[in-house]
Design a binder for this molecule. Structure first.
Ligand code: GRF
Length: 196
């Protein structure tokens, strides 16, 4: 069974949807660890409730970026990670990690990429930009992580309508419902593609 390491910095509702998909048999994988960079993040609580080991690594705790990346890599090897799942991880993944897991780092972004992606487009800012541009639809995208922010081959998208009355928070909520369905399904699809 493939081993997943989830990276998260926030609430971890996507992390939860992956845990739930494993529990209900929709996703055939094991989460061997949660990597975070925020001590107070709610995703850590979700991990402890589900007996998932957690490690918090912050680049600022190391004297050099190299040392930090070495530590990160070492931990991923200790966990014997097959696939890395980014679920609201608010730090750019170092190139050395991307190179160590070629085509095996997945990310979810709350827009229909390539629209509203790249540096500065995260969290509620994405949904504000969508509303300001009077878009009629939005959604979420799951893609393979490459060296550039929010680029890399797209594995799947879900669309939602944008309502005239939407606040950014209401739009975020509608997109998030789709995220929770799409991410486990795409992870399962990706794991099946690895077997061939
Ligand atoms: C999601 O909107 C995801 O698309 C983005 O960060 C958010 C994480 O939410 N990358 P949660 O922590 O999973 O609730």
């Amino acid at each position: 069974m493939k081993k997943l390491v989830v990276f998260a910095s926030g609430s971890g509702s996507n992390f939860q949807s992956i845990i739930d998909a494993i529990l209900n048999g929709q996703l055939n994988a094991r989460i061997v660890g949660l990597m975070s960079n925020k001590e107070e993040a709610y995703c850590l609580k979700r991990a402890s409730e589900n007996d998932i080991p957690t490690v918090i690594l912050k680049a600022s705790d190391y004297t050099s970026e190299f040392e930090y990346e070495q530590k990160l890599l070492e931990q991923l090897h200790t966990w014997e990670a097959d696939v890395i799942i980014l679920a609201g991880y608010l730090r750019k993944i170092p190139a050395s990690i991307i190179d160590a897991f070629p085509n095996n780092i997945l990310n979810i972004h709350p827009s229909l990429l390539p629209k509203y992606g790249g540096k500065g487009f995260y969290g509620i800012k994405v949904h504000k930009a969508v509303l300001e541009a009077n878009e009629e639809e939005s959604g979420c995208t799951i893609h393979i992580v490459s060296r550039e922010y929010d680029e890399g081959p797209v594995l799947g998208q879900s669309r939602v309508p944008v309502l005239k009355t939407d606040t950014p928070e209401q739009l975020a909520e509608r997109v998030l419902i789709q995220e929770h369905k799409l991410y486990p399904a795409i992870i399962q699809q990706h794991l099946e593609s690895l077997k061939n």
